[in-house]
Design a protein around this ligand. Sequence first.
Ligand SMILES: Nc1nc2c(c(=O)[nH]1)N[C@H]1C(S)=C(S)[C@@H](COP(=O)(O)O)O[C@H]1N2
Ligand SMILES: [Mo]
Length: 526
Amino acid sequence: MDPHPDARRLLRGAVAGLVSTGVALGSAELVAATRRDLRSPIFDVGARFVDHTPAWLKDFAIEQFGTNDKLALLVGIGVVLVLYGIGIGIAATRHRWVGVAGVVLFGAIGTYASLGGVHGPWAVLPTLVGTIAGAGAMWILSGLAAATEQAISTEGGAPGRTPPPSGALAALGGRRAFLAGSAALAATAAAAGGAGRWLSRRFDVAATRAGIVLPKAKRALAPVPDDAMLDVPGLTPFVTPNADFYRIDTALVVPQVPIDSWRLRVTGMVDRELTFTFDELLERDLVEADITLTCVSNEVGGRLAGNARWLGVPLEELLREAGVQDGADQIVGRSTDGYTAGFPVEAAFDGRGALVAIGMNGEPLPTRHGYPARLVTPGLYGYVSATKWLTEIELTTFERFGAYWTTRGYAVQAPIKTFSRIDTPRALGSIDAGPHPIAGVAWAQTRGIQRVEVRIDGGEWHEARLADELNDQTWRQWVLPWDFTSGRHTIECRATDGTGAIQTQERSEPLPDGATGWHSIVVIVP
Ligand SMILES: Nc1nc2c(c(=O)[nH]1)N[C@H]1C(S)=C(S)[C@@H](COP(=O)(O)O)O[C@H]1N2
Ligand SMILES: [Mo]
């Protein structure tokens, strides 16, 4: 006799729910692997979530999880799915149709989510197949669970009486059938999911990317001179290695853009629309530029900025060839994943050197950073000016078109604000008494950095030594030697930009146009 009939029923329900969820996801994964533009409904739901995330919640997520914000979202969706699956599985042990209806309801949500993307009607296929397979699994398993339940209740009879042997056998058989059914379906789900994952690897662009040989720039830059870099332990390096470069975007799966069919188009309010293949871009006179990229979501003291040597085609040249029409005031960069970013037309013609970049620190653009091509515009935050996985540059007006983040509460005009950060000593770190450099970086792209000052415990300001200025589009490293005494010390810094304006002390959030305020840290000297 079963001593815990109810607990066993719940357990069987939970197993049925989990396995059915697995079958739904596994088969969706397999279907998603049939076409380059399909993906698992989890990512579609996640993408919908991202698109509907209000700007303040996005900043909160970045603050909490940093650049792991996407992982956090996917884990969250996974947890909800698992709990939901368990719930409907348990409900189905009482009412079989509830389980199936539960799967269908989630399928409907997935379908709605996959219709929202940029990939057209095919996008619903993985969800549809997953829903049907998951509902079928739920029907079978909840049926087996119910049969077992039935057999067990007729097995027992009244307490104290010996059960009829035939009833006990039926109960045993029912349990076995449920176990065998669950195991078989779980194995099928895992196999389908694994095969899907494996098959979709053929869409990875890593191998093609690795085979690309970038031409030398027509106007190549000399290596960064030593005097533009400071050698202080703990200080952010002047050039950010690609592997350490911050990544911020709305893409839950890094877009894998096939180079052969990729085109860059220049469209909209132009005299001639233009189309370029990747090779056609490579054949042009390429330029190099050292530019520090900055994210609007960067908090005071934050690390969402990176400096690289970019290789690419001057945006100005492409636009001159296309012929920008009078009245166009906005340049919109569009991405394969539907993302859009827009900035003023002047920024392409005022000499700051905006680029369609194809290379980053001597390599083709890393996939995460926009391979095969992206925009890089000095002096403007990335969300308006740095579209990755670029496919189209459209000339339009601000009145006619609102880009991704500007329709979600961020400012339309987004010049980078003057910023300075203390890298060493570490905030809340402990250092020995005696000499220790205070060092960091400061940026005010297109205005340049003229001065950085540091004060300790609210005392007078001390001017830091700046590394030489390479250009006004990169950050500058700074250092102030300091003799630390025992105690708890507050260190603050502030920068003065090339126009003579001192970085404002007033604290503000990233929303709507970038955080402000002096970076202030506390160190403990024993
Ligand atoms: N396609 C696409 N491009 C994008 C984004 C995006 O979400 N999608 N985010 C922008 C933002 S907000 C920033 S700060 C920069 C970051 O570039 P990085 O990830 O190479 O550092 O890319 C910009 N380009
Ligand atoms: Mo950003």
